[in-house]
Ligand binder design. Structure first.
Ligand SMILES: Nc1nc2c(ncn2[C@@H]2O[C@H](COP(=O)(O)OP(=O)(O)OP(=O)(O)O)[C@@H](O)[C@H]2O)c(=O)[nH]1
Ligand SMILES: [Mg+2]
Length: 206
């Protein structure tokens, strides 16, 4: 397994060091079907060099992994992605990206431990690859937002059409993003934070 950070020299770089003011750490998991852009999102938004566990896709996946729509993809996550982003001087998010291929889904249990919420990335050309992911989150009771990742040629579904197609409750936020862009990925995480805060406030009130 190729941990990209394994060859970094010892000693933290200035951007790796958390400010002393950081008081709250929140664990967020980035999930979604195969090849929807999870590793891309964690990598674009992370302020530290992200940890990735990407492996070259091999013959072992033929007939097992559904590569329809992402035929040009050559690498896939086999364990997890990891990144960090400070939302402000006090709040820091730790991001864990899951593998998209179903044969690695047994890793979910560990990755979700202690997670406050999740981002479900969807590829609007292949909504169906995220159906099972959403089902599993609902079973676990993990609050999530859905981020629609734009790929060239993506159909522009109106939000309510997407909500119906993904069978999402009215309360679940749906946002559009380009996972390659830092600001866009950051907006997705902000949407999740706002949603978690809203859930906490309504729970307190009831
Ligand atoms: N055009 C475009 N390409 C993207 C976008 N996000 C990801 N990609 C490309 O799509 C491919 C798949 O992205 P990954 O980030 O590896 O997807 P993943 O969800 O981590 O994939 P698995 O870990 O294999 O499930 C890569 O070649 C990315 O460069 C996007 O927003 N737009
Ligand atoms: Mg990946």
């Amino acid at each position: 397994m190729d941990f990209e950070n394994s060859d970094t020299p010892a000693g933290p770089r200035s951007e790796d060091v958390l400010p002393d003011t950081a008081a709250t750490a929140v664990k967020v998991v980035v999930v979604g079907g195969f090849g929807v852009g999870k590793t891309t999102l964690v990598g674009s938004v992370s302020e530290i060099r992200p940890l990735t566990t990407e492996e070259t896709m091999t013959q072992a996946g033929v007939g097992v992994d559904d590569t329809a729509g992402v035929e040009r993809k050559t690498q896939t996550t086999v364990a997890m992605d990891f990144g960090r982003i400070s939302i402000n001087s006090e709040l820091v998010l730790y991001l864990f990206g899951t593998p998209g291929q179903q044969r690695f889904w047994f890793l979910w249990r560990g990755l979700f431990e202690g997670a406050l919420g999740a981002v479900v990335l969807v590829d609007p050309r292949r909504l169906e690859v995220s159906f099972d992911v959403i089902g599993r989150l609902e079973e676990r009771g993990v609050p999530f937002v859905v981020a629609v990742n734009y790929f060239p040629g993506s159909p522009e579904h109106p939000v309510e059409e997407l909500r119906a197609a993904l069978d999402l409750p009215a309360a679940v936020p749906i946002v559009y993003c380009d996972a390659r862009r830092r600001e866009s990925s950051r907006d997705v995480l902000m949407a999740l934070m706002r949603y978690l805060q809203h859930l906490a406030t309504t729970q307190e009130a009831s």
